[in-house]
Design a protein around this ligand. Structure first.
Ligand code: C2O
Ligand code: CU
Length: 461
């Protein structure tokens, strides 16, 4: 129960110091935490519909996705977590700028939580937006069996929409009896694109359709909670605008090529005006992998128009208060991601589970020596080089970074992200202020890549 002791100590310190917290940001400590219990356990779940048996899954509170955790910006989250799985686990709250001890990385920020044991996660929520939570131990199997859930933090003044929807996209590898295929951690997946499944669920079920009312305006929060699958979503007959990436507001814009691309762990908030015709159906197509394009679901319009906000002026989301990196004074480093099936990796290394590399080294342990140490408060620009033939969504813990450029070309929106998808042979520059002390994971979020070498620790001290 280190979590709870630490949290209590912090609370005590905060009370004792009083003003220190208050001067940092007006909202911190404004609301006291309401505790909630969260349990990871085995359960059965109807993923693919009544024609098939239920699937044995691992889920938070036995469900897929786990319960929606929803707070207001500035509130304090307190989750009393209990591990009812047959193996150790941890919970990582992806994208949240939180104290290192609450980051849920086994052997780096906390000991693994043994079966039957508990751990209390408690921290303030500085940023509004769309986030998620998942295990950070044995994650290819634990996420692959269903452990993931949405974490939504509402703005003080959320934009005016008619409905606020969340789609958690999960990818499953199922057999004909709808059982999870248990070939986790195989070298074939690890050395290629990761564990890509054969069944995609939206909020825990394969769905024919989602109801829509003509004239309404939706805020649609997309969360890619899949091990390895990348999505490229087209909303036929519609014109979605991206208003946030990874939780952070961005100038409203059409996605490139009309397609919303989301690598593992990435999120996008869309503004979707339901401008289709009453009574019609419009497919949402995922054609990221062109040869295996499929219909994710249909938007099924009601016969009669409602009185919605479609076509209203675009709402403006207030930005989160993220420190701006000082580019002129930043330290610069290059980080090269290498390896994989076509990267000339020696077969023998592969057999030992060392498939991928970061700056030439396959790192298999969370508590390995840091690849980089940054003085607290320093600005850093990292040039990320994908020296492989595969896609890699690269995620930094505890911080949010600006995406400055891709292949030497400045990005249009300089978006804030916590995960950047690198295409084969692509380079990208990211910038951030290393303001959060501790050892932070920096890894590929294709979970099979992460555990076979494509991870590192960046230390801020
Ligand atoms: Cu979504 Cu290291 O995690
Ligand atoms: Cu990868």
């Amino acid at each position: 129960m280190t979590g709870s002791t630490d949290a209590r100590r912090r609370d005590f310190l905060r009370a004792a110091l009083g003003l220190a917290a208050a001067s940092a940001a007006p909202w911190i400590g404004a609301t006291s935490a309401t505790a909630r219990v969260l349990r990871a356990n085995e359960a059965r779940h109807a993923l693919v519909g009544a024609a098939y048996p239920e699937t044995e899954i691992w889920g938070y509170d036995g469900s897929v996705p786990g319960p929606l955790l929803r707070y207001r910006q500035g509130e304090r989250l307190r989750v009393e977590f209990e591990n009812a799985l047959p193996e150790p686990t941890t919970v990582h709250f992806h994208g949240i700028r939180l104290p290192n001890a609450m980051d849920g990385v086994p052997n780096l920020t906390q000991p693994p939580i043994a079966p039957g044991a508990r751990f209390v996660y408690e921290f303030d929520l500085p940023d509004a937006g769309t986030y998620w939570y998942h295990p950070h131990l044995g994650s290819p199997e634990q996420v692959g069996r269903g452990l993931s859930g949405a974490l939504i933090i509402d703005e003080d003044k959320p934009p005016a929409v008619d409905r606020d929807l969340t789609w958690v996209l999960s990818d499953w590898r199922l057999d004909r009896a709808a059982r999870v295929v248990a070939n986790f951690g195989n070298l074939m997946d690890a050395s290629h694109a990761g564990r890509i499944g054969n069944t995609v669920t939206v909020n825990g079920a394969v769905r024919e359709s989602v109801n829509a009312v003509p004239g309404e305006r939706l805020r649609l929060r997309l969360i890619n909670a899949s091990n390895a699958r990348i999505y490229g979503l087209r909303f036929e007959g519609h014109d979605p605008l991206v208003i946030a990436y990874d939780g952070h507001p961005v100038e409203a814009h059409r996605p490139e090529g009309g397609r919303v691309v989301l690598g593992p762990a990435m999120r996008a908030d869309l503004l979707l005006d339901m401008t289709g015709e009453p009574g019609r159906r419009y497919p949402v197509i995922d054609d990221f992998y062109a040869r295996t394009a499929y219909r994710l679901l249909e938007l099924r319009y009601a016969a009669r128009a409602g009185r919605g906000r479609a076509g209203d002026a675009l709402p403006k989301l207030a930005p989160n208060r993220i420190p701006e990196p000082a580019l002129d004074r930043a330290e610069r480093h290059q980080i090269v991601f290498g390896g994989g099936m076509m990267g000339g990796g020696a077969m023998d290394k592969m057999r030992r589970g060392m498939v991928w590399t970061v700056n030439g080294r396959a790192i298999l342990r969370n508590d390995d020596a840091p690849i980089l140490t940054l003085a607290q408060g320093r600005s850093a620009v990292l040039e990320l080089v994908n020296d492989t033939r595969w896609f890699h969504p690269i995620h930094l813990h505890g911080h949010v970074f600006r995406l400055l450029s891709r292949n030497g070309r400045a990005t249009r929106h300089r978006e804030w992200l916590d995960t950047v998808l690198l295409a084969p042979d692509e380079r990208a520059e990211i910038a951030f202020v290393a303001d959060n002390p501790g050892g932070w994971m920096f890894h590929c979020h294709v979970l099979e890549h992460q555990v076979t070498g494509m991870m590192a620790v960046i230390r801020v001290s």
